[in-house]
Unconditional design. Sequence first.
Length: 156
Amino acid sequence: MSCSKIMDLYYEDDGQMPVLNQLQIWGHTFFCQDCAAKIQKCENAKTILREDFFPSSPGLEEPVMARIASEEEYEEADNSFATPGGISTRGWIISGLVIIVSLVTAFFGMDFKNLASESGMSFLLPMGITIGIVLTTYGALFIGSHLKELSERFGL
């Protein structure tokens, strides 16, 4: 058999290789030093991954499990008014209102009429795109950060 077929047989090993395949691999590696070296490297890698990859850490189980339990208790607490580690819902609503009011009042400025009349539609198009981008971004961030609360509230 060729080296590539032998290596394919070796790589297909799922722990229950037929005896005939094992004999073919053994016989080929007895005469082919390249394949024997490749198989030895793979066996060494398997051993390292099986034994040395995750070093044991005694005494780490209790702190990890305590941390998981404390996070579960925190999630179970009804904290629908504030997002964990973020802006409260009240803050989101206030900032959203400020954004909307500032975007709407931009059209009532003293210079807006003069600027709009001089520029015409070439000014209104970028202004509309900017307003759309700001409102869409705000809405996406709000919904993304409150997805759990919104899905529970609307039964999704």
